[in-house]
Design a protein. Structure first.
Ligand SMILES: *[C@@H]1O[C@H](CO)[C@@H](O)[C@H](O)[C@H]1NC(C)=O
Ligand SMILES: *[C@@H]1O[C@H](CO)[C@@H](O)[C@H](O)[C@H]1NC(C)=O
Ligand SMILES: *[C@@H]1O[C@H](CO)[C@@H](O)[C@H](O)[C@H]1NC(C)=O
Length: 321
């Protein structure tokens, strides 16, 4: 394949939550806690012809519900603003999500804006200003391109298949899975709880051979693609609160297309819920805020109405911009 970093067409979904408070609570040991978080979701460029009549960019509602279900509000972020605008938005939001899609991860508007936020987040965290980022599917791939400074993606097709995770020895001591009950950790390795919709990904080999990636991220799980390539399926920053999943936790609760293998079992729902809750809890540690309540209100996704899309996409509802 070309090294342009194309992700998978259906690397589309993401979002999750549910608050099954079992076992240890997610760690929240900062003095201050922001109980009115706003998480930004970067809108995705439309490439699907069926979606083109509706706008230039979109966010599937499943990602929005996923974040909302963790106890956060959502701000959609467009791709055509200036760097100064993004710097201003960064000072107001408490975390950021890179969703799935199918765009060039080095040259697209999406990649340009993601890079601006990524650099701001690195600097903020370095200065003690906690700021988490979550990437799903192509969003995870994007994080690896940003950290490595280039695309190391290759063909790792696992499309429309639900898989169990091959957890690494680092998974047990990870932040992402810290609050998980042992029973769910076992289920993760035995039951097909993770929906995969991708053609490209990062091989375990490329991950391990790239020093910047290996030192930046802990590898929490791997899976095997159709072509037998072992690919990276879950990662988290060792130092920075940046998280990536090649699979789609949001579909487990918020997508229902019968042609697609979305895991909907009780464990699948619990997994989706706990991860959304985990990420929003990370967002609570950010004290960024809007300048005033009017500005906040007008920035939230509540100003937008999703369209019914169940009859022409794999999503039930989509926000178009
Ligand atoms: C699981 O991952 C280990 C490395 O962590 C690897 O050696 C093994 O082959 C993998 N097994 C499967 C079934 O993916
Ligand atoms: C994680 O910990 C559990 C319980 O201590 C253990 O059974 C399991 O093998 C560990 N998993 C890994 C991948 O190390
Ligand atoms: C999908 O359904 C809506 C009504 O809910 C309808 O207006 C629209 O034309 C349908 N789209 C397609 C592609 O069938």
């Amino acid at each position: 394949m070309s090294n342009t970093g194309f992700s998978t067409f259906a690397c589309l979904f993401f979002a999750c939550c549910f608050c099954y408070s079992i076992a240890r609570p997610t760690k929240l040991n900062q003095e201050a806690s922001n109980d009115r978080p706003v998480i930004g979701i970067l809108t995705q460029m439309i490439s699907d012809t069926a979606m083109k009549p509706f706008g230039k960019t979109y966010i599937p509602s499943s990602y929005v519900k996923y974040i909302e279900s963790g106890g956060s509000r959502v701000m959609p972020i467009g791709l055509t603003l200036t760097t100064a605008d993004y710097e201003s938005i960064f000072r107001k939001i408490n975390g950021l999500v890179f969703i799935g899609g199918a765009v060039d991860l080095e040259k697209s508007d999406y990649a340009r804006v993601a890079k601006i936020f990524y650099r701001l987040a690195l600097k903020a965290n370095d200065n003690g200003d906690f700021f988490p980022i979550w990437g799903t599917c192509m969003g995870m791939q994007l994080l690896t391109v940003l950290v490595a400074g280039k695309s190391l993606l290759e063909k790792t097709t696992a499309d429309n298949v639900a898989l169990h995770l091959n957890l690494t020895s680092e998974a047990n001591s990870s932040k992402m899975f810290e609050g998980f009950p042992q029973k769910l950790m076992s289920a993760l390795t035995e039951e097909p709880l993770t929906g995969n919709f991708h053609h490209y990904g990062l091989s375990v080999k490329n991950f391990q051979e790239n020093e910047p990636l290996r030192s930046f991220f802990s590898l929490l799980s791997t899976n095997v693609a159709e072509n037998q390539v072992h690919f990276v399926s879950t990662i988290e920053g060792r130092k920075y609160p940046f998280y990536g999943v090649q699979w789609h936790p949001e579909v487990n609760r918020f997508q229902w297309d019968r042609k697609l293998n979305f895991p909907h079992s009780a464990h699948a729902v619990q997994l989706s819920s706990l991860l959304a809750q985990f990420f929003v809890n990370e967002g609570r540690r950010s004290l960024h805020q809007f300048d005033n309540l009017e500005e906040e209100a007008s920035s939230l996704i509540y100003n937008d109405t999703p369209e019914y899309a169940g009859n022409f996409t794999g999503y039930e509802q989509i926000y178009f911009f």
